[in-house]
Design a protein around this ligand. Structure first.
Ligand code: 5GP
Length: 194
């Protein structure tokens, strides 16, 4: 998605070499809703012809993206995995573990109420970044625990220099990333794949 690549070039802030990219001006802190609608439509185009009953994402940054994608898919319900087991999901939950990439690097659990994921449903996964693939693997695990089916994963920015994309594709899961970064550094900026 050319406009996304351009915004990453112009507004992205790179930390270290092949470490963290910050896109706080439109995705991770301030949200450009009109732009997210275009992102949602781009996912719709990539998964054209696929049945999608539900979108599953992970809090926090995935939620806005998933909501705009849901509109492009005809207002399917969005469910987000919670990082804390709050009282309101104290009942039956699916649980999976994520190795945190950006925070403390300590593993944490994510939770989805069994009420909102049913056997046989076709579920599209959405997230902002794909790095080592731990967050996405945990979402895939939860969909499988529910007896539902993963349609694929829509990722806004894939850091292709990290192994997540390859690992998940090797499991047979379709991953569609709107921008794939080959390498990045503070000195040379961002280079995209292709
Ligand atoms: P993974 O589990 O694939 O290693 O990491 C994906 C998760 O970590 C995403 O949900 C995203 O929130 C966060 N993440 C990974 N790399 C980056 C990055 O470079 N920038 C930002 N803003 N988040 C990242």
């Amino acid at each position: 998605m050319e406009q996304l690549k351009q915004r990453i070039q112009e507004e992205g802030k790179i930390r270290g070499t092949n470490e963290i990219l910050k896109v706080d001006s439109f995705l991770n802190h301030q949200i450009d809703v009109a732009f997210l609608a275009q992102i949602g439509q781009a996912f719709r185009d990539r998964f054209d012809g696929c049945q999608v009953d539900r979108i599953l994402t992970i809090e926090a940054s995935g939620i806005g993206i998933a909501c705009l994608a849901a509109q492009a898919f005809g207002n399917v319900p969005v469910v987000f995995a919670k990082k804390n087991r709050t009282k309101n999901i104290a009942g039956d939950v699916f649980i999976s573990q994520v190795e945190s990439f950006t925070q403390s690097k300590r593993p944490y659990n994510i939770f989805v109420s069994k009420e909102f994921l049913k056997p046989g449903e076709k579920v599209l996964l959405i997230d902002d970044f794909l790095a080592n693939g731990s967050a996405l693997s945990a979402l895939i695990d939860i969909v499988r625990q529910a007896g539902a089916q993963v349609v694929g994963a829509g990722i806004v920015i894939e850091k292709a220099f990290q192994p997540g994309g390859q690992r998940i594709r090797e499991q047979g899961v379709r991953v569609e990333s709107l921008a794939r970064i080959q390498e990045m550094s503070e000195e040379t900026g961002v280079q995209f794949c292709e």
